[in-house]
Design a protein. Structure first.
Length: 252
């Protein structure tokens, strides 16, 4: 069984590790052994645990999961030259990763938190020689898409990487709306979850505009609700969210 070395033990690292644990041996590197043990417990399988200071990455396959602002600091602690570095850091360029960590190869990846349930939409770009391996590894946690440039990856970060937060806001708001009108909270949450589950299947095959048209009959309830969303600027808000998230990715 191949080994994947995680540098970083936060939420994203844990989500990815949960998706990979059945097919790969996991080792995790961090600053605090107590947090590494907590990571192992949450993962549910034994892991090799190492402290960051002086850790040797020579010829290892590394999943780099630290905060973008900590790249230079972390680089000062590790030794050796990784076989390949798979980075999940938003807005952190391949050039910066090469300069600081000096791996043989770099692939930027942008998974999302659905990795933990094998449903991540993960975008990739970087060294073409590792395209197939990257898609195999990250394919264990969901769907992958190899993009042609880092600019495209930064845009995808705003969509797929940050997207779960946007959808969570919409899901919560829809459930709150039903509660406001008199539906019990538990019932509203159950219905909302069923809505998102079914919609997730439909959107794989049907264009969003066609889905909308199929539900919205003339003068009906959906048309009334849809009009309220347009009046509130939901469409423009979603587009602005992608724009601002993309700009932030470039600033990191």
């Amino acid at each position: 069984m191949k080994t994947i070395t995680f540098i970083g033990n936060g939420n994203m690292a844990l989500s990815i590790a949960k998706g990979l644990k059945d097919n790969y041996k996991i080792e995790v590197v961090g600053r605090d052994m107590a947090k590494l043990e907590k990571f192992e417990k949450a993962l549910g399988v034994p892991t090799e645990k190492f402290l960051l200071d002086g850790f040797d990455v020579e010829d290892k396959t590394v999943l780099f999961c630290v905060k973008p602002a900590n790249v230079e600091e972390v680089a000062n602690y590790v030794q050796g030259q990784a076989r390949v570095l798979y980075s999940v850091l938003a807005g952190t360029s391949i050039e910066k990763l090469r300069e600081n960590l000096n791996p043989h190869a770099v692939v930027r990846t942008m998974p999302n938190l659905a990795a933990s349930v094998h449903k991540s939409m993960t975008t990739l770009c970087g060294d073409e020689a590792f395209k197939q391996e990257a898609q195999e590894i990250l394919g264990a946690i969901g769907t992958t898409l190899w993009l042609a440039s880092e600019k495209e990856l930064d845009i995808a970060t705003a969509l797929a990487g940050s997207g779960p937060a946007y959808l969570a806001l919409i899901a919560e708001a829809l459930a709150d709306g039903a509660v406001k009108q008199g539906l019990k909270r538990d019932d509203a949450m159950c219905i909302m979850r069923g809505l998102f589950s079914g919609f997730g299947e439909l959107i794989q095959e049907i264009h969003p505009a066609l889905l909308k048209d199929g539900v919205m009959s003339p003068g009906g309830t959906t048309a009334a609700g849809y009009s309220a969303l347009e009046e509130a600027g939901v469409r423009n808000g979603c587009m602005s969210a992608i724009e601002k998230a993309y700009k932030k990715a470039k600033e990191l």
